[in-house]
Design a protein around this ligand. Sequence first.
Ligand code: DX5
Ligand code: ZN
Length: 241
Amino acid sequence: LLPAIISPSILAADFANLAQEVASVQAAGAEWVHVDMFDGSFAPNFTIGPPVVASLRKASSIFLDCHLAVSDPAKYVPALQAAGANSVTFQIEPFLDAAAAAAAGGSSSPADTLAAAVAAAAGLAADIRARGMKAAVALAVGTGVEAALQLVQQGAVDMVLCMTVECGFGGQSFQGQVMPKVQVLRAAFPGLNIQVDGGINAETARIAAAAGANVLVAGTAVFGCKAGHAAAVQQLQQALI
Ligand code: DX5
Ligand code: ZN
């Protein structure tokens, strides 16, 4: 049976009161919190980094689900380990782009180029795991599922994140055309943690769960909920039953 996990995204929380916000969603039933770390390069926004993770680690026992939407994720893994992150999700696109650049002008087949990207990503995932953290790979809205399928096949990652908005900001609209990727991953790997992130609310959570997602990231729907964090988390949990 798949775990049903709600991971509120603190990007939508009040950063001036982060410990209280995290305590509140944990009390509301959230198993994880989602920590969006963007470098202003891969994603257009610049958010927070390892120092905030370290403070959250001191303030809370909650599972810290870190989303690195950055151009060079390997650079931040040691600091995230030291800060006490529980899981690190990196985007696959820097690896796809690097493999494509290396293959440019050469005679590598697309399959070989994909294999090179997967091997490099698997190397990062192995380093994340060697440091005692879970490793996950994220697919941007426009990225295919092929590399993720190979990484899961190789047992290289613990979770796949299918972004349902473009990385960068909370409050965007859910992009339903991503659901076929979730369906393909779920059909291939019944026991895999599949996370969706972006525009998730009580209504879109049901669409994502129906496609096979079992880990829901929600920022605005939780931290912007007038009825309070508990009501918001419970509504999302309902979608996963
Ligand atoms: C978007 C981030 C998401 C975002 C979710 O780039 O990766 O985690 O914070 O926020 P909502 O739920 O408001 O779309
Ligand atoms: Zn995120």
